[in-house]
Design a protein around this ligand. Structure first.
Ligand code: IMP
Ligand code: MG
Length: 181
């Protein structure tokens, strides 16, 4: 069984992903030159994106991960965020760049940003691979964005449905029948 069979269509192919990551890396390199930067990946969705992105950032960085839960096993945001894994050290002497796979309602991001700001870092910004701006409520928006996409459920390159499809090397729209069955 191939991994592609449940995909309706490819939204962003691997070449487009790599071009985008290179562009974001260049911007981030420029903006954080001379600053102490903590790149903070949000598990698990940000892993492929972050692995590619850090290799396009040409200044010294450190990285760490946090894990939060928002969706559970549904395709709709619950607004309830829990920290499942926290940072390993204090952040008062660093600029934090949160790496997200996708900003949908922005509820997860709003919670995370507020939580991190409470720890008094030098700054907190957000880079996301994908943005669904049509779904944004009063919550926060990303500072760096790869692609703005329509309100469709997508998987691949870290994004999952029930923990599957994260290993696809592209971002694709999942067939409706997969999550409606
Ligand atoms: P938000 O709190 O609504 O912004 O949700 C953000 C999180 O929901 C992301 O980090 C993803 O884990 C998940 N999510 C939102 N939209 C999608 C999607 O289209 N595919 C897969 N996961 C998604
Ligand atoms: Mg998820």
């Amino acid at each position: 069984m191939g991994v592609d069979q449940d995909i309706e269509r490819v939204l962003v192919n691997n070449e487009q992903l790599q071009q985008c990551v290179a562009r974001l890396g260049t911007e981030i390199t420029k903006d954080y030159a001379g600053k102490k930067l903590l790149v903070l990946g949000i598990l698990k969705g940000a892993v492929p994106f972050m692995a590619d992105l850090i290799r396009q950032i040409k200044i010294p960085i450190v990285y760490d991960f946090m894990a939060v839960s928002s969706y559970g096993f549904s395709t709709k945001s619950s607004g309830v965020v829990r920290i499942l894994k926290d940072l390993e050290r204090s952040v008062e002497d660093v600029h934090i760049l949160i790496v997200e796979d996708i900003v949908d309602t922005g509820l997860t991001l709003k919670y995370l940003k507020d939580n991190l700001l409470g720890r008094n870092p030098l700054s907190v910004k957000v880079v996301t691979l994908l943005d669904k701006p049509s779904r944004r409520g009063a919550a926060v928006s990303p500072d760096y964005n790869g692609f703005s996409i329509p309100d469709e459920f997508v998987v691949g390159y870290g994004l999952d449905y029930n923990e599957n499809y994260r290993n696809l090397p592209y971002v694709g729209v999942l067939k409706r029948e997969v999550y409606e069955r």
